[in-house]
Design a protein. Structure first.
Length: 721
């Protein structure tokens, strides 16, 4: 291997009397260079002067047989340093601008003289010495320049505003002179060192300090100054026997307007801030020309007003396995359910994300996209008018548990519903290999934004489907937690409607409501449990309409009907018997039939009673034999007791055929009220307890229409139990 030599080359190292400069000077001399050892010999803060520092290093070099001369000028007198080189060695090939001082003070306390002196030594000094050497470099068509910056300049450091400003100024100086010098083979680079010296002895911890030898950085500087090194205009950081290159990057950015005639408002900026500040697709620009030409592209994009540009936007969704676990908890996954552990534990053999998590990347893209706010011609609206109307999801590959997904969304239709409007947003989500993960469609319902003369329906919307007209094949009941929305929102939908009581009340709700997607996620878990053997890979697609809000703490019931590989489902709130998800279905790649058709998840969270099954049985019998309703034709309110206390009520409306938890719905009156203990209710259903006897013994209390109660017999016997 050839040694890198500097024979015949003349090198000026400023501030070479100590620290880093000394190490540079010694190594250059060792490699054959003639070195001008410049040092003013002042204090750390730049006061005073002495020839001792430079002389000592010169003696060291000479003692080892090297060539060196001292120079005691301040770098501010740059031409004098260059003159020393010319007088002693007849030429100059390399300038290492290294001299430095510190005048650390908090910004408020920096005096003008502190500011000026720090700038003079670092920035002006580098300018003066380099400029004095410049004509010689050009004439000989060769030159190497180093300027010394600092992490304090690149990133800032408390108490060093003057120093940081000067140090970043040196990067700017290098950026330009590296361009101007290029045609004359003059290269300039920035070194960002971290080394033990008098400048850092009270800043760095002692152990660390001992390992940061200037000698470990000198080889980097010496290489950068060698004639065979072509690096130019770079920032090289080095310390402790390690080095790297640094540069500024620019994000992909976001358009603030879409037509050349549009103006830009602060709200436009706010609305795309997330996209505008997203650095996940940041790139380096190599020149000012490149920076300007990308601006020209932006302008062309705005001028052309191309539909696909107006209509499409990209957004990156970065997530870790913590995020997928957080999502799973947000949709009710809990450690008490063995089948949920795979969504909650990153070391689980089948650790996986819930398929419905794949809705989030394109939803986030939609929420942050300017496309939505400008989608309805001539209508401005804000997010308080916006509701999630419908959702479609198809998975092409399983949703990963972590990574970076890119969603491309486009507005594929805008429907004028008269008073309201619907924006249809299609999305495609890709992984880092550009493989398609998910296809989505979101129907956004915009309250009071209709009446713009648009079309009344859409051909592109994927339709919801009604469930079959028979009683459900399977049900899963699960109580949501009072914190369900508080947890779910951490997955990204931070709309205050789901957490802030005053915001919810302005929006017309008695309290914050649960996210529709949280309800959906729960039903997805229920369906996978019942029909997919808990295997998220069996999920193919789903469609759902969000019809009513759920309040955290309410109990959800997912009723399911299997039709081939399609599972229709309806999700209701048990407490109010209202449908919250409707027209819904999930397609599976493969169906596994449930071991138990009716399941209650997380039983300890729900006031679940054995007698609940009796009422479920009643519903099933009515559904399969609707004539029972006509025969009985009355409304019954059951109070179920435990230890003499009423713990649950059920309404059996046998005028309409509906059995539900709680008191009769508004407008419905109970004809007969029955009060009975939970276990007696079971015995009654099993035929173990005779109703007359129970009544006589006071086990069954009946109020209201006693005759009507007699007719219940047909309904109460449950062969299944
Ligand atoms: P140092 O204090 O050991 O060396 C600096 C030398 O510059 C001193 O010998 C001093 O007398 C000389 N000097 C000061 N003003 C001068 C002037 N007007 N004209 C000529 N010589 C003058 O400090 P160190 O640590 O070796 O610093 C070298 C360079 O590296 C400085 O520019 C410093 O800002 C920079 N730097 C150092 C870091 C470190 O961790 N040591 C970190 C980042 C940057």
């Amino acid at each position: 291997m050839d040694n890198l030599r500097f024979d015949g080359r003349v090198v000026i190292v400023t501030g070479a009397g100590a620290g880093l400069g000394r190490a540079y000077a010694l190594l250059f001399a060792e490699r054959g260079a003639s070195v001008v050892v410049n040092d003013l010999g002042g204090s750390r803060s730049g006061d005073g002067s002495s020839s001792k520092a430079a002389d000592t290093v010169v003696s060291e070099i000479r003692a080892k047989g090297g060539k060196a001369v001292p120079d005691y000028h301040s770098v501010i007198e740059g031409e004098k340093l260059v003159q020393t080189a010319l007088d002693n060695f007849g030429r100059v090939d390399v300038v290492v601008n290294n001299a430095g001082i510190l005048r650390d003070k908090s910004f408020a306390r920096i005096s003008e003289s502190d500011w000026n002196l720090v700038h003079d030594v670092h920035l002006k000094g580098a300018f003066k010495v380099t400029q004095a050497a410049w004509p010689h470099f050009r004439k000989q068509n060769y030159g190497r320049v180093i300027v010394t910056s600092s992490n304090s300049g690149l990133y800032g450091n408390f108490g060093q505003a003057n120093y940081s400003a000067a140090k970043l100024g040196l990067v700017g100086l290098c950026n330009t002179i590296s361009i101007e010098g290029r045609k004359n083979n003059i290269n300039c680079n920035v070194i960002v060192p971290t080394a033990a010296s008098r400048l850092t002895e009270d800043i760095l911890p002692p152990d660390f300090f001992a390992e940061l030898k200037p000698e470990l950085i000198a080889p980097v500087v010496v290489w950068l100054c060698h004639e065979s090194c072509e690096e130019n205009g770079s920032i090289i950081e080095s310390a402790a026997g390690w080095a790297t290159k640094c540069y500024l990057v620019r994000g992909k950015g976001a358009l603030l307007r879409h037509r050349i005639t549009d103006s830009v408002s602060p709200e436009n900026v706010r609305d795309v801030w997330r996209e505008l500040t997203d650095m996940s697709q940041a790139t380096r620009l190599n020149s000012i020309e490149e920076a300007s030409s990308t601006l020209l592209n932006v302008l062309d994009e705005i001028k052309s007003g191309l539909p696909q540009v107006e209509n499409e936007s990209n957004s990156v969704f970065s997530f870790t396995n913590r995020d997928s676990i957080m999502y799973a908890i947000g949709v009710g996954a809990n450690v008490k359910e063995e089948s949920d552990l795979q969504y909650l534990y990153e070391s689980h053999d089948s650790f996986s994300a819930l398929p419905s998590y794949a809705i989030l990347p394109s939803l986030m893209a939609t929420m942050s996209s300017i496309l939505i706010s400008s989608a309805i011609p001539g209508k401005e609206f804000d997010y308080s008018q916006v509701l999630h109307g419908e959702q479609y999801l198809e998975l092409h590959k399983p949703m990963p548990v972590e990574g970076k997904l890119t969603s491309k969304i486009s507005v594929s239709d805008v429907v004028d519903k008269g008073k309201n409007a619907v924006i249809v947003v299609d999305g495609k989500t890709y992984d880092e290999n550009d493989d398609l993960i998910a296809t989505t469609q979101i129907c956004i319902f915009v309250v009071s934004a209709g009446g713009f003369g648009g079309k009344r329906s859409s051909d592109v919307v994927i339709s919801p489907l009604d469930e079959p007209k028979r009683s459900p094949d399977s049900t899963v009941v699960e109580k949501t937690s009072v914190n369900q929305a508080a947890v779910y929102r951490l997955s990204g939908d931070l709309n205050p409607l789901h957490i802030d009581p005053s915001f919810a009340s302005v929006a017309g709700y008695q309290s914050p409501i649960l996210h529709g997607l949280a309800t959906l996620g729960m039903s997805v878990r229920h369906i996978l449990k019942q029909y997919a053997d808990n295997d998220p890979k069996k999920f193919k697609s789903l469609k759902v309409r969000f019809s009513k809000p759920v309040f955290p703490g309410q109990t959800l019931q997912t009723s399911m009907w299997r039709e081939g590989n399609r599972i229709h489902f309806v999700t209701t709130v048990q407490e109010t018997n209202s449908r919250v998800l409707s027209g819904a279905y999930m397609e599976l790649h493969e169906v596994n039939l449930p071991a138990k058709p009716h399941v209650v998840l997380c039983a300890d969270a729900v006031e679940e009673l054995p007698s609940d099954a009796v009422f479920q049985g009643m519903q099933e019998r009515i559904d399969s034999n609707p004539s029972l309703v006509k025969t009985i034709n009355g409304v019954f309110l059951y109070h179920i007791t435990k230890n003499g206390k009423v713990v649950k009520s059920w309404t059996a409306d046998l005028k309409t055929g509906k059995i539900y938890k709680g008191e009769p719905e508004k407008g419905v009156k109970a004809d007969t009220t029955l009060t009975i203990d939970d276990t007696d209710m079971i015995d009654l259903a099993l035929g173990k307890l005779n109703p007359q006897m129970a009544f006589m013994k006071g086990k069954l209390k009946i109020k209201g229409n006693l005759m009507l109660a007699q007719k219940l017999k047909a309904l109460n016997t449950d062969a299944k139990l």
